[in-house]
Design a protein around this ligand. Structure first.
Ligand code: FE
Length: 242
């Protein structure tokens, strides 16, 4: 719940920064102000920002502001919808897929063979018709997902992509120095573990099947689904033993 609140604040702060950054740059002579904004917010927050926001962020901010000003939407309702897709509906679907694969070897085999069909068995399908590929993390191989071009992400199983997944630093660095990026998420891998990075596209999206942690042998499928985290299904973290 605390994480959900943090994400919600992060989204609002992100949009506010986008507007402030644009105003500073648009001022020309005030460009130094943009640097100050970037610097101060980098200190205040634990995720990365672009000083100059992209067009989409500005458009979203403008649209949201107008709709709120005209009292056509309530910001709290928007936050509730986004929270649902980011934290409740989305990743919980992926967690059910992972838990099923952990307890049912035949399902796991189908999942790795044809991710789209196996995920559809649980009635989760991407409304955008995305082709799903599932990669299994093992003691020898660690898989990590990024979208270097933009923010392609498996909505049906993971919900909305988190801010860090869409950030320029993650997109730029995940493929070049994945071990450093993983370490920043607290995932330290031994040198003999092979790291594979998968670049999502609008056509192909990935779900990582994390390693089942030790000490979970007696847990039910439902209990297992509860310990599966969003970040582990992107491949930036492992699942800790309960
Ligand atoms: Fe993308």
């Amino acid at each position: 719940m605390a994480d959900a609140k943090k994400d919600k604040i992060g989204r609002r702060e992100f949009l506010k920064d986008a507007t402030l950054g644009a105003a500073a740059v648009a001022g020309g002579a005030r460009a130094a102000g943009a640097e100050e904004i970037a610097h101060s917010h980098a200190q205040e927050q634990d995720h990365d920002h672009q000083v100059v926001p992209d067009d989409i962020a500005l458009r979203v901010r403008a649209l949201e502001s107008v709709l709120v000003d005209k009292r056509m939407i309530d910001p709290a309702d928007l936050d509730a919808v986004i929270d649902a897709y980011e934290n409740r509906i989305g990743p919980r679907n992926g967690a059910q897929v992972v838990a099923r694969a952990w307890v049912d070897p035949e399902y796991k085999a189908r999942l790795l063979e044809d991710g789209t069909a196996a995920i559809a068995e649980l009635s989760f399908s991407d409304g955008q018709g995305a082709y799903m590929v599932v990669k299994e993390n093992t003691p020898d191989v660690h898989n990590l997902v990024v979208c270097t071009l933009c923010s392609c992400y498996p909505w049906a199983t993971l919900g909305l992509p988190p801010v860090w997944y869409k950030s320029s630093p993650y997109r730029a660095r995940a493929g070049i120095e994945p071990r450093s990026v993983l370490a920043e998420f607290g995932t330290e891998l031994d040198d003999d573990v092979e790291v594979r990075v998968w670049d999502s596209t609008a056509e192909v999206r990935y779900l990582i099947l994390p390693e089942r942690p030790p000490g979970t042998e007696n847990m039910t499928e439902e209990e297992l689904a509860q310990i599966v985290t969003r970040d582990s299904m992107v491949g930036v973290t492992k699942i800790a033993a309960p």
